[in-house]
Design a protein around this ligand. Structure first.
Ligand code: ATP
Length: 225
């Protein structure tokens, strides 16, 4: 489904250039759950952003179902992202002046009729354990774990082919973390690919394969499925 070919990315700060990703090759298949681990600052978020069309690599290609996503115009790439890819940001990126329900529905507000879209948004919130009392609340009044679950619900609104998650359970207690892991397992069964960065080895092991990012390269660390 997603093929990453020879992807490299460096950042230049003052006179110093740091190579963060060095010639990464990778493939993520339909109904596959891959986890990526590695110490802080090794480039996990950078890798997710390159794969998702958010940050153009210096070299290499990212192919999604045969299309090189960086050959698309920015507008087309952004449309592709909204429809095919769910992204859970490490810092949630919820819009503070919109309700929980609006935050979940907003990515597709110009694409779909409001009635069915909002019904689906409610369904996704219930999937992550947020019932009706949360729908009209503003993100500012939520706990970190509740915000994280709103961000997960929002990433599912388009029923994307691939879910890309940057530390999706970092703010959850073990009970809610396990519920999200069960949800990901169900999504995988229905064909979605899941690519997750995590510092939590327990949730990483619930996937099919764990990769380690180290020195700009990606290694298979553990195969669990
Ligand atoms: N836009 C940028 N400009 C310069 N340096 C950057 C930029 N973005 C990231 N970096 C640097 O690249 C390195 C990798 O950052 P990244 O956020 O990808 O790491 P990470 O593995 O996701 O870390 P963490 O586990 O703490 O979230 C870090 O040293 C970071 O400071």
């Amino acid at each position: 489904m997603l093929i990453i070919k020879n992807v490299s990315k460096s950042f230049r700060e003052a006179t110093q250039t740091s190579t963060i990703l060095n010639n990464i090759h990778w493939q993520i298949n339909r109904a596959e759950w891959c986890s990526v681990v590695g110490p802080s600052g090794t480039g996990k978020t950078t890798l997710l952003h390159c794969i998702s069309g958010l940050l153009q690599p210096d070299e290499g290609h990212v192919h999604f179902k045969g299309t090189d996503i960086y050959s698309l115009s920015e507008k087309k790439r952004s449309n592709w992202r909204r429809k095919h890819l769910g992204f859970i940001f490490q810092d949630f990126k919820l819009l503070p002046h919109y309700s929980v329900l609006d935050n979940v529905a907003l990515p597709l507000i110009f694409d779909e009729a409001k009635g069915p879209l909002y019904d689906r948004a409610k369904e996704k919130l219930k999937l992550v354990g947020l019932e009706e009392t949360f729908f009209s609340r503003l993100p500012g009044g939520l706990s970190g774990g509740e915000k994280q679950r709103v961000a997960i619900a929002r990433s599912l609104i388009a029923e994307p082919d691939i879910l890309i998650c940057d530390e999706p359970t970092g703010n959850l207690d073990s009970d809610n973390r396990d519920k999200i892991a069960d949800l990901f397992s169900e999504l995988k069964k229905s064909g979605q690919a899941i690519l997750m960065v995590t510092h939590d080895p327990e949730i990483a092991r619930k996937g099919d394969k764990t990769y380690q990012l180290s020195g700009g390269s990606l290694f298979v660390k553990e195969v669990t499925a």
